[in-house]
Design a protein around this ligand. Structure first.
Ligand SMILES: [Fe+2]
Ligand SMILES: [Fe+2]
Length: 328
């Protein structure tokens, strides 16, 4: 179902401008208040750099294969940020005024996100365990291949997507931090913890955008939510591949590794959906027509259905040999 931008959608997006401006200062940080990758990694201007580097590499030596694979996949996902920014800019109805809150939001969100790929990439480079050329080729592939989120440039669908996705990245970076800590790498744990905290703020903001749309246009917002959940939320890196590997094939192995070590599982998908249903107070929603009521029933019943499917799914056991991870 492709929805042309309706007059009402454009009106709602314009009506939200002040609200977005408020959320911008509430949920995004100024440059002055932001951490930078350099705060979390060895400083190459200092004499103790080589000692710190040696320590970093020693800690990285003990990281498990699956954890490294997930870290590289997460890094490539973050590094494909130009795709996400250009996608945000194509959402129908966003006022293009560069000084308006919507464009400011897009730029400032991108500016925060850009630190994630930088920090992770630099850590992996220093770790001595990654074939950087292979990882970089995967990043170039992913940027060139793009993605298909099936949001149809619709603001309502797009903000369901970002609400879901930012929550998912919060969970996965947080879990990587926990596992890194268990495996003895506190520097990596801290770094991923900082990234996860950013993602949590972004998730809150996007969820607030959708709540606001529910206030103004509950029926259409409900239909958009249902439509996205029927299509399933795909991860932004679903086309991920390595050199010599078919489109999307590496992504499957990456998500297998993430499932195996419990960084992101099908249970998480259901939990996120559960959380969105509560956040947006779907159960008590009023102002729905018949189609809206049906959409609500579908979404309300979905978590239990997904739980039943997840119970039947086996965690993939086969380890894949990623080209990204250096042989020693
Ligand atoms: Fe990020
Ligand atoms: Fe994010």
């Amino acid at each position: 179902m492709i929805t042309a931008p309706t007059a009402s959608r454009i009106e709602v997006i314009r009506w939200m401008e002040d609200f977005v401006g408020e959320k911008l200062s509430e949920f995004l940080k100024s440059v002055e208040d932001s951490w930078q990758p350099a705060d979390l990694l060895p400083d190459s201007t200092l004499d103790n750099f080589f000692d710190e580097l040696k320590d970093l590499r020693e800690r990285a030596r003990d990281l498990s294969y699956d954890l490294l694979a997930v870290l590289v996949g997460d890094t490539i996902t973050e590094e494909a940020l130009p795709t996400y920014e250009s996608w945000l800019m194509t959402i129908d109805g966003l006022p293009q005024d560069p000084n308006g809150p919507w464009m400011k939001w897009n730029r400032s969100w991108t500016a925060e996100e850009n630190r994630h790929g930088d920090a992770l990439n630099r850590y992996l480079f220093l770790s001595g365990r990654i074939n950087m050329r292979e990882m970089e080729a995967s990043t170039q592939y992913l940027l060139a291949d793009g993605f298909d989120l099936q949001t149809d440039n619709d603001p309502y669908r797009s903000f369901v997507y970002t609400s879901f996705q930012e929550t998912a990245t919060n969970i996965s970076h947080r879990r990587v931090a926990q596992i890194a800590k268990k495996q003895g790498d506190n520097m990596l744990a801290k770094l991923c913890g900082h990234v996860a905290a950013d993602e949590a703020r972004h998730a809150k903001a996007y969820k607030a955008f959708v709540s606001k749309i529910f206030e103004a246009d509950p029926n259409e917002m409900m239909l958009a939510f249902e439509d996205m959940m029927r299509k399933k939320i795909v991860m932004p890196a679903h086309y991920m591949r390595e050199l010599g590997v078919d489109l999307g094939k590496t992504f499957g192995h990456f998500t297998d590794a993430a499932q195996r070590i419990g960084v992101y599982t099908s249970a998480d998908y259901t939990d996120i959906l559960d959380g969105l249903i509560k956040e947006w107070k779907i159960e008590g929603l009023t102002g729905l027509n018949e189609a809206g009521e049906r959409a609500r029933d579908y979404v309300m019943a979905l978590p239990n259905r997904l739980k039943r499917v997840a119970d039947r799914m086996r965690v993939p056991s086969l380890e894949y040999k990623f080209r990204w991870i250096a042989d020693r």
